[in-house]
Ligand binder design. Structure first.
Ligand code: PLP
Length: 437
């Protein structure tokens, strides 16, 4: 492959140091399985499943064929007061995968849309139940819930909120669950369930009756894989019930087998009232997200409106896009036929052992992991985040794509990763993280 001349000036890139990128562009031209290729033909192993999207590996023909067929049959259908049969098929297939009772599905196109839709659904539910004063949300320090205004308000990664004050809504943050004693813990830390009591303290301070919902990622992903302590999510469930607050799991990363179960809710045995999902829903091939809510939440909202008008004044032009539905159905088919959730569960010990082999390298200050996702914390440099960016660029040059946030790498290869792919990825990590500053 030859390098193609590209004008770098017109595209404003998201979450990117644009000046740096223009000087040192790192591009993908082609992908297959767990590999990318640059326009120059360099092979890059994919250590983050794209952006935790491509769980079944890149270039899946089943999805491409389903998308083509759907485009030729019904490329678009409006979804307000109209519908296409395929979205009902997908909603049914998803509810079969979800924990029992979470069986009413609302579609969007991105994780951020799912989060903001979930927030609105929580508000509509409380209003329908005669508690319109529940307008406050609780989330967690270091949490990531996308970048729309609701998700920006929920953000516990404060850098994502900093420049946008004035348009955010009322959110109180609990503490994150990481502490020094957890360094190099594989799986769930034993101590720390009591950190969920922050929710109780917030209820006592602000009045539990003012809070609509508590949003958490069951495993905090974007900050670098922070695994919940044993009992923590259970305690959140108890407190949410005690104060009549809806518990929302943001499973945009943890959904679709990443933990070894279909969803983290099943893996940890805690069922939320509302769940958001995206990314691996379509294997990343077509943008799509969903919010699943308990039957009674949808029923309360629908039953509260008797006039001939939409019960929920919310929706997107691309809600339940038929082509995205086709991609999602094909993706769910692959997960089932290839047994990918089971594969993730059985491969996880090998994956985590490989990650923990990096323990003594000079650039590594902590390792965390669960299922098929791991966090590699780098020894901090002078400016927070600078080490992460520099290491991410070096890894790419050495042939490995890994997502970096701040000074953490989020290593989460596709669920189809085989042992030899993994050892190729670990070799690159060894080489780069083994170098002194
Ligand atoms: N929620 C979580 C937990 C995420 O990890 C992400 C993206 O990484 C989002 C929401 C936002 O998803 P999107 O980038 O598709 O809007």
């Amino acid at each position: 492959m030859n390098q193609i001349p590209i004008n770098m000036k017109n595209h404003w890139m998201p979450f990117t140091n644009n000046k740096m990128f223009q000087k040192q562009p790192q591009m993908f031209q082609k992908a297959e399985g767990v590999r990318y290729w640059t326009p120059e033909g360099q092979e890059i192993l994919d250590g983050s499943s794209g952006l935790f999207t491509c769980a079944a590996g890149h270039g899946r023909k089943e999805i491409a064929e389903a998308v083509y067929k759907q485009l030729m049959e019904l490329d678009y259908s409006p979804h307000f007061q109209r519908a296409a049969p395929i979205s009902f098929e997908l909603a049914e297939a998803l509810s079969d995968l979800l924990p029992e009772g979470l069986d009413r599905i609302f579609f969007g196109s991105s994780g951020s849309e799912a989060v903001d839709s979930a927030m609105k659904i929580c508000l509509a539910y409380h209003k329908a139940k005669g508690e319109p004063q529940r307008t406050r949300f609780v989330s967690r320090s270091w949490g990531y819930h996308g970048v729309n205004l609701g998700g920006t308000s929920l953000a516990g990664m404060v850098g994502n909120r900093r420049d946008f004050s004035g348009v955010t809504c009322d959110v109180v943050h609990m503490r994150h669950t990481w502490n020094e004693d957890q360094r190099f813990t594989k799986g769930q830390p034993q101590d720390g369930a009591d950190l969920a009591d922050d929710l109780e303290e917030i209820c006592q301070t602000y009045g539990g009756e003012t809070i609509a919902a508590v949003f958490v990622e069951p495993i905090a992903g974007s900050i670098g894989t922070i695994v919940p302590p044993v009992g923590y999510l259970q305690r959140l469930r108890e407190l949410a019930d005690k104060y009549g607050i809806l518990l929302v799991f943001d499973e945009v990363i943890t959904g679709f087998g990443r933990t070894g179960s279909a969803f983290a809710a099943q893996e940890f045995g805690v069922i939320p009232d509302v769940m958001t999902m995206a990314k691996a829903l379509t294997n990343g091939a077509i943008p799509m997200s969903a919010v699943a809510v308990k039957t009674e939440i949808q029923a309360a909202v629908i039953d509260s409106i008797t006039a001939d008008r939409p019960e929920l004044m919310h929706g997107y032009t691309y809600s339940a896009h038929p082509v995205a539905c086709a991609a999602a159905l094909a993706t769910l088919g692959i997960y089932k036929n290839d047994g990918l959730f089971e594969k993730a569960a059985s491969f996880s010990p090998t994956f985590l052992d490989a990650v923990f082999s990096l323990r003594n390298l000079p650039q590594v200050s902590d390792l965390r992991g669960y299922g098929m996702m791991a966090g590699i914390q780098l020894t901090p440099g002078e400016t927070p985040g600078a080490k992460g960016s520099a290491v991410q660029r070096k890894l790419f040059d050495e042939g490995l794509h890994v997502k970096a946030t701040g000074d953490a790498l989020i290593f989460a290869p596709a669920l189809v990763t085989e042992e030899e792919d993994l050892s190729g990825m670990i070799d690159v990590l060894q080489k780069v993280l083994g170098q002194a500053d």
